[in-house]
Design a protein around this ligand. Structure first.
Ligand code: SF4
Ligand code: SF4
Length: 297
């Protein structure tokens, strides 16, 4: 695609997809004339891993972090939710920006690490795995593109600590890609499954309580050691959560069910069905007694 074909002609994203081996001329450094310009007007989507790292750094419960530092948005129409970093009250600057730079630098969001590169996760309908490609973002205020330093995109990702956070968020990206590519074939997700998606991916403390509950443990057959690891470590819990969501959203049997709970559920359904049939028969009998509620015409 050339630039004139771009559906967003004003977009700073250069409309060329690149492999990780492509060269990138760029350097950001303290003292550059545009220092902090990029953090003064933010639009930053957070991954589940970003939320875990930031809330740990700030010593907050996940629900407190979500309430005070984020705003939800729709990742796709009528679909699953995403979360963005909330800027300063009444402005567009990042709340973590200081004159010296980013106050959460070691735990800064994935999008900040990537800048000025954008990740494009792509999965074709006939492919079973997603591929990562990239695009470069060129904004007039960013002078880093004029610096005489060139590296490949892969080298830049490694230097910015992107590889590790990308890997930890991969299951989340795959869920979103799968939802987008499967479209109406799996139907519109129910309100309940969308709420589960939000809790599992973003509100990790609430998901932990859910996984530790008697109802969950009584339904899902998770080996005790695996359950312990997931309950003790936020990042392990996220990986477990992605598996859980594949089951909830797409019906994949990614977590085994207790056979007795399947049997119990079958029994409950059979009892419920029998009860409904009894109630319907009693209603019919009453209506017959009351003198012909049904009229055939
Ligand atoms: S988190 Fe840090 S790097 Fe990212 S926008 Fe805020 S101040 Fe800038
Ligand atoms: S060079 Fe770009 S990324 Fe670095 S401070 Fe300037 S605007 Fe921000």
């Amino acid at each position: 695609m050339n630039e004139s074909e771009s559906p967003f002609p004003q977009s700073p994203v250069v409309p060329v997809t690149l492999e990780g081996s492509a060269p990138l001329q760029f350097r950001c450094r303290k003292g550059i004339a545009c220092w902090n310009a990029c953090c003064s007007n933010i639009d930053i989507s957070l991954t589940p891993v970003d939320i875990v790292r930031l809330r740990q750094r700030l010593g907050l419960a996940s629900s407190e972090f979500l309430r005070d530092y984020t705003v939800p948005y729709e990742l796709e129409k009528d679909g699953i939710a995403g979360v963005k970093l909330k800027p300063v009250e009444g402005g567009s600057a990042c709340r973590f920006m200081t004159p010296e730079g980013c106050s959460v630098y070691e735990d800064r969001p994935t999008a900040c690490r990537y800048y000025p590169v954008a990740l494009l996760s792509i999965r074709k309908q006939d492919e079973s795995v997603d591929r990562q490609q990239y695009a470069v973002v060129r904004e007039d205020h960013c002078l880093g593109h004029r610096e005489p330093v060139t590296q490949t995109i892969d080298e830049y990702r490694a230097a910015q600590g992107v590889v590790e956070v990308d890997e930890a968020a991969r299951g989340w990206r795959q869920l979103i890609l799968k939802k987008k590519s499967s479209g109406p074939t799996v139907g519109k997700p129910s309100k309940r499954s969308l709420e589960l998606f939000f809790m599992t991916c973003y509100d990790v403390d609430r998901f932990r309580s859910f996984v530790a509950s008697d109802a969950f443990v009584g339904t899902f057959d998770v080996p005790p050691e695996e359950l312990r690891l997931a309950l003790e470590d936020d990042l392990e819990l996220l990986q477990f959560g992605y598996r859980f969501l594949r089951q909830v959203l797409f019906g994949e049997m990614s977590i085994a069910l207790h056979t007795d709970s399947v049997e119990q559920r079958r029994q409950r359904l059979a009892e419920r069905r029998a009860q409904l049939e009894r109630e319907a028969a009693e209603r019919l009998a009453r209506e017959d007694d009351e003198g012909g509620a049904f009229v055939d015409v």
